[in-house]
Design a protein around this ligand. Sequence first.
Ligand code: FAD
Ligand code: NAD
Ligand code: SF4
Ligand code: FES
Length: 804
Amino acid sequence: MERKKLVLVGNGMAGIRCIEEILTLQPDRFDITVFGSEPHPNYNRIQLSNVLQGDTTIEDITINDWNWYSENRITLYTGETVTKIDTEEKVVYSDQHRAIKFDQLILATGSIPFIIPIPGSDKKGVTAFRNIEDCEKMIEYSKLYKKAAVIGGGLLGLEAARGLLNLGMKVHVVHIADYVMEKQLDSTAGHMLIKELKEQGMNFLLGKQTTEIFGEQDVEGLMFSDGEAIQADLVVMAAGIRPNVQLARESGITVNRGIVVNDYLETNIPHIYAVGECAEHREIVYGLVAPLYDQGKVLAKRICGLEGHAYEGSIVSTKLKVSGVDVFSAGEIFEDDKAKSIKEYNEWENTYKKVLIRDGKISGAVLFGDTSEGNRLLSMINKGAEVTEYFKKEKEESSSVSFVGMMSDEEMVCGCNGVTKGEIVSAIQTQGLTTIDEVKACTNASRSCGGCKGLVGDLLQLTLGDKFSQANQKEPICSCTTLSRDEVIAEIRDKNLTYTREVMNVLGWKTDGGCSKCRPALNYYLGMIDPVQYKDEKESRFVNERLHANIQKDGTFSVVPRMYGGVTSPEQLRKIADVAEKYHAKLVKVTGGQRIDLFGIEKEHLPSVWAELDMPSGYAYGKTLRTVKTCVGESFCRFGTQDSMGLGIALEKKLERVSTPHKVKMAVSACPRNCAESGIKDVGIVGVDGGWEIYVGGNGGTHLRAADLLCKVKTSEEVMEITGAYFQYYRETAHYLERTSVWVERMGLEAIKSVLKDKEKVSELNNRLDEALAVLSDPWKEVINDETIQKEYYNKVNIPVTIN
Ligand SMILES: Cc1cc2nc3c(=O)[nH]c(=O)nc-3n(C[C@H](O)[C@H](O)[C@H](O)COP(=O)(O)OP(=O)(O)OC[C@H]3O[C@@H](n4cnc5c(N)ncnc54)[C@H](O)[C@@H]3O)c2cc1C
Ligand SMILES: NC(=O)c1ccc[n+]([C@@H]2O[C@H](COP(=O)([O-])OP(=O)(O)OC[C@H]3O[C@@H](n4cnc5c(N)ncnc54)[C@H](O)[C@@H]3O)[C@@H](O)[C@H]2O)c1
Ligand code: SF4
Ligand code: FES
């Protein structure tokens, strides 16, 4: 039978999901052509927030890569916009003068960001947050500028603001209402959220109407209706979206706010359908993927000529994707004459729960601080559960795995993709699935926002027991390969692979040359496995590590020489002062790691600066030991009974320079008053009666974590031995870019303790560490002594390097 011609306009999340459904139902029914204005294959727009927040990369958010289209014989035109539809002749025309005939046409044109029509909204530095290019623009701006303003305190604005904070910008959220996310939260939850985000460093301007964006060509700031103003180098418009309906409207298709569709996603013109954010169904336009995927399912059946349910609308639920903040909202959120609520506010634990009840049935919920009940409530809302059911369930206890155990089969696990517990368990059992990725591929659960990954993992654990624990280790190191970190390392050892290209070729990498995630990771693993033979590949390193200095937003560099244990001398200080003056350092600053940072050094001056300082590199840029902060200890302090400085200096001298999966910070305090802040370091040593306590896995950064007590030892020598073994164990078992705070949680403190209690293992680990340490030299000295490197990397031509 001749295939019918199906054309999809819009290569986004809703349209392509509908195509996937069609391919599952009837893979050979259509010749499919897809047009997408964006130059990329179909990607996960939701994950842009995670890209901005640094949790994933652009490379990793592709949903269907180019191969998928060819494998399914889909003709894809990217970077090409459909500008006209001839509904009589059934032809679409593109902006590249292409005309394609169709038998069936799906419009999935999505939305366009609402740019507030005020003077200055077209200035350089104003951006929406909708696509990859917007995301890249923000990341670029964050490297050059400091001040950002986000207009709109909805889900998008807050996720953008968190991303910009992570990128080091100072952020103001300008919001028109008195509290944020007023569409999803009530005032109590909204204000709790503001308080939490303020603690994370976000600034809020509430009840503010922006009247102008001022500046010459570039943005310089915002003006408000009350006459106040703020400065900003970047303005992100996150004030809502509008359905993208221009093409439909101009083609004579009925449009209200969105393209008007019936319960089968049909427009007023036969054979033309609309799905996704561009569609208006029963006067509602949706802006979240769950309803759009429901629509896609219904439409797929309709287009394939199969009997199916009508689409009757969706109850939406949302979760804010900001780490450290748990917010959930679903269904109705405000009380009225008929809708009453049950509220629980726990000031001590900073949690809030509100459950709405209409006609005796659960109709909505708002959760803050603890969202573990979100899915259960969503299921209850969806099926219109009686309030008695809610009270019955509430009494039952809920540890994480027992919590999924208690869920009924009909309860929703993945809200985005509408996948229930029963469907997942059945897929695990009948298809032999053992990993989250396999469940994702088979059922779609966890394929969108990823918020349900934990529950899917718990279900695997529940269904498979120990079999899951082993299988779960397998997560590919990036999308260039299906191999996990452990598998790659095993293959490198097994096949004796010696350089990154070889690893990629032999292990069948999907991409030529890898990506920004796997290249540095492979470089690290290869060096860790064979520190003696492996030649570090500079090109695989991030720019700061290549150049051995930290690039700053104005393109200059900062230079931090090492000051072991934070101890310096008049001679060093004189040298630093001379160099700072001679090379016009724009700022001389004492760092949190107890040393001195020279800012504003030009790249071509770096070798001369290092030569004249004649101090070792402080590796302030590296994935290695950064600093060992010390308190003054017994030398001067009245409370100190231990030599904290001596121990700190010995540790720093021993462990400096060797590569680690991520940066490592240490501290030594000579008594529990902890002046060197040992409790928030990767390794923190604290002097106590009769010896030292060793703490591990602390973090004072974005993900604040108090360190755990690893062990107590009597002597400084034992500290050196245990710390060395711990350091090497982390080097050998952590994923690249995994901080010790995350690694400790993944491995389990008890598991780490048991390795370090084993004397033989401690000795072996220290031997391997010594082997790695033996081959290291100071990178600054290497550059000073090598004119080719100076020319190649520092464009250094005419400044003579003098070594004191
Ligand atoms: C940063 C961010 C985070 C988000 N987080 C979440 C979340 O956590 N949970 C959630 O449920 N939702 C979230 N969303 C919303 C979700 O991404 C959208 O609901 C979903 O992507 C909409 O899918 P769509 O296919 O309708 O539209 P889109 O994904 O916008 O796709 C439409 C595509 O059509 C193309 N197009 C338009 N007109 C034409 C034309 N004439 N010719 C050719 N191509 C055309 C567009 O360029 C676009 O690529 C988020 C959105 C953003 C921006
Ligand atoms: N986690 C998630 O589920 C998630 C994350 C990001 C985006 N999204 C979706 O993406 C879409 C866009 O998100 P959004 O947050 O822009 O939309 P939104 O409409 O939900 O929120 C926009 C916010 O901007 C405010 N606003 C409007 N005009 C303003 C003005 N002039 N000045 C200051 N504030 C103003 C509104 O009061 C509103 O709270 C939505 O459909 C949203 O659901 C979802
Ligand atoms: S940690 Fe104790 S010993 Fe060290 S400086 Fe503080 S009070 Fe003194
Ligand atoms: S809940 Fe978003 S992917 Fe499952």
